[in-house]
Write a new protein. Structure first.
Length: 364
């Protein structure tokens, strides 16, 4: 058999590259449809109904009070997304990924998926073009208020958001307590810490440390139960407040997990300056956020850049580089000391800063 010419090989490679490129574009174009299918299935309870066994589409339709053929079509779409398998016609099982959309699975992502596929999270994206043109959040144009104001007006949605943030924090809570020396501090203040998922993990890993959880009343709604269940009630204090107004005294480490990326530089500086007023000279601030590299890595897909756009349209914040954090901290009276990546697949990094004895710099 004659060997293929260099030109033929190059042509085959070009064809394969083009096929892969077309598949990438097609996957992205259909991405919103996939989001809607997954969101609809979680709200209907499809994965919960199937459970650890298998279920027939007709039986699911009866249990869910849905149209039989339309239900089958949804289930097959989910199988096409590799969330379900169809071992025989019309019968479905959850895959390993689909298992994560059941509440009884360790490490479940059900609450997070339900929240991030909710119309409240998605509608501001319809105005992404406007956000890119103006640099302004678009959530208010859709709902007439800011994102967190909307949550305050809708307690059930707020509870869902808290649950989603708790699920999103679990991977960090499993690793961060073992990749930073929390034990050298007497009291950790978790600023905006929600239900206390991360603070609870830190206190359990470091028995000599006490904690203060500081958040709005809405943010703290599920916190007391968390610490009671974890047997930590006597080692933690719950403080209600607004981090734009003040920070609680009494800590020597102030923790900010997924807070800074919610806000613009001016508001972040306000949060940090309130902490600077109360943190002792020997204390520190620990920011837990993704840290963007100077350029986008060409060899990996990274959802942090989509998170950055989500901050733009929904809350008005942004993801930041190490240089951005250095400038923000310096303007707020802190010196960035270390940036420690958490082990993969966690995308978060631990950004430690200590008080600058000179105090806050000029306003941003």
């Amino acid at each position: 058999m004659a060997e293929a010419s260099d030109g033929q090989v190059d042509g085959e490679r070009a064809g394969a590259d083009q096929g892969q490129a077309r598949a990438t574009v097609g996957r992205l174009v259909f991405g919103q449809m996939a989001t809607q299918a997954v969101g609809t299935a979680t709200r209907l309870g499809v994965f919960e109904r199937i459970g650890p066994g298998e279920a027939a589409a007709d039986d699911l339709a009866r249990e869910l009070s849905t149209h039989p053929q339309a239900t089958l079509r949804l289930l097959r779409a989910l199988a096409g997304l590799q969330l379900l398998s169809e071992p025989e016609p019309g019968v479905f099982r959850t895959t390993a990924a689909g298992d994560l959309l059941r509440s009884d699975t360790p490490g479940t992502m059900l609450a997070m998926t339900t929240m991030f596929t909710d119309p409240v999270m998605l509608r501001a994206w319809d105005l992404l073009g406007e956000g890119v043109r103006t640099g302004e959040t678009t959530f208010g144009a859709v709902f007439g208020t800011d994102f967190f104001g909307h949550l305050k007006e809708h307690p059930q949605l707020s509870a869902g958001f808290n649950a989603a943030m708790s699920q999103g924090t679990r991977t960090t809570a499993d690793t961060a307590p073992h990749h930073y020396d929390f034990g050298r501090f007497a009291t950790v203040v978790d600023v905006g810490g929600g239900d206390g998922t991360l603070l609870s993990a830190i206190l359990r890993a470091h028995p000599g440390v006490r904690g203060i959880l500081y958040d709005t009343a809405e943010g703290l709604a599920q916190a007391a139960r968390r610490f009671e269940d974890d047997g930590l009630t006597d080692r933690v204090a719950l403080r209600t407040g607004d981090f734009f107004t003040s920070a609680p005294e009494g800590g020597d480490l102030y923790l900010l997990k997924s807070i800074i990326h919610d806000w613009d530089d001016e508001r972040c500086a306000a949060i940090l300056r309130h902490i600077r007023k109360v943190v002792p000279d020997h204390g520190a601030v620990l920011i837990v956020e993704p840290v963007l590299p100077p350029t986008v890595p060409a060899d990996q897909q990274n959802n942090v850049y989509l998170s950055d756009l989500n901050m733009l349209v929904n809350v008005g914040g942004r993801e930041r580089t190490a240089e951005d954090f250095t400038a923000l901290l310096a303007a707020s009276g802190f010196t960035l000391r270390t940036v420690t990546p958490l082990p993969s697949p966690n995308i978060f990094q631990l950004i430690e800063a200590t008080p600058d004895p000179i105090g806050p710099g000029s306003r941003l």
